[in-house]
Design a binder for this molecule. Structure first.
Ligand code: TYC
Length: 132
């Protein structure tokens, strides 16, 4: 008499080495032929990390025309003429003022754009960035 384990399997999956459950030694026979299905639940915390932020600042000087500074703030910092004039006058009176807050690469780009533009027009306007 053939035992079930000796029979020639013609039913498909059970005898298919690619799908047959692996029988593990020492599992008390719980692994097959139909072992209880188990799964591993991995908890991944929804981690949102905030980027480092940088202030872009302009500095006062005695020579750069007020209209040029207003133009810079409109051109590179998307300010309207009223906001740009307020910032320019703040810098004129206090020596330094904020143009905006950006991630590192954007802040660096703004500083370069302002410095290149000021140099091109031969104005000594200075623009810097500082970590918040
Ligand atoms: N102090 C300049 C002047 O009187 C105007 C000025 C304002 C220059 C802001 C630079 O960042 C600046 N012409």
């Amino acid at each position: 008499m053939l035992q079930p384990s000796e029979s020639h399997d013609i039913s498909g999956a059970a005898g298919d080495p690619t799908t047959a459950p692996v029988r593990l030694a020492g599992d008390g026979g719980r692994s097959g032929p139909n072992p209880p299905s188990t799964s591993v639940i991995t908890k991944t915390k929804p981690r949102t990390k905030r980027p480092n932020l940088y202030r872009v600042l302009i500095l006062n000087d005695d020579y750069t025309p007020m209209e040029f500074v207003v133009h810079v703030l409109e051109k590179f910092f998307q300010m309207d003429v009223e906001a740009a004039t307020k910032v320019m006058l703040h810098v004129h009176h206090h020596g330094i003022g904020e143009c905006g807050v950006f991630t590192y690469e954007i802040a660096e780009t703004k500083v370069t754009q302002v410095m290149d533009f000021a140099r091109k027009h031969q104005h000594p306007l200075q623009c810097v960035m500082e970590k918040k």
